[in-house]
Design a protein around this ligand. Sequence first.
Ligand code: HEC
Length: 136
Amino acid sequence: MKKGFWGLPGTLMLLAAIFAAGHACTKNSDTLKPGSDEYREAENSYWHYCASCHGRDGKGHGMMASTAPIPPRDHTDPAVIGRRSDEELFKIIKDGGEAAGLDAAMPPHKTLLKDEEIRGVVKYLRNLCNCKYAAR
Ligand code: HEC
């Protein structure tokens, strides 16, 4: 292992991992409190980067939806979002559909959104579907 790996970023990652592990049994599925700053920030990200395809209401009928080769998913549908863990949703948003075995029409957002912003959007998706992760 390279010296210095466990610097401050490493320590923070370790703490985050321990924190996440404590919540792993529920696969997270946390929602945001409507009206809170966190909620407004995530909603903003969503309207900025997702609504063009998935629609402002998340139902998949954004302005660009018809240009995608397959329909953008309905984020209000528990059958769609409920079968994904927070980690899966995070990966789909960060690395795009293709990296997760879905269509490449779902673009990666790693250069557009910071990890913590993506985490907020994942929670916002739980608000939209009003659903938790249901194991397949
Ligand atoms: C350019 C259009 C476009 C944009 C912008 C876009 N998506 Fe998508 N998204 C799609 C399409 C098309 C699919 C369907 C891919 C498939 O099922 O193979 C999809 C699928 C998804 C899925 C997978 C749902 C499932 O089947 O489990 C998630 C989650 C998702 N999008 C979230 C987002 C979020 C969050 C954003 C904004 C940060 C976003 N998308 C932005 C087009 C888009």
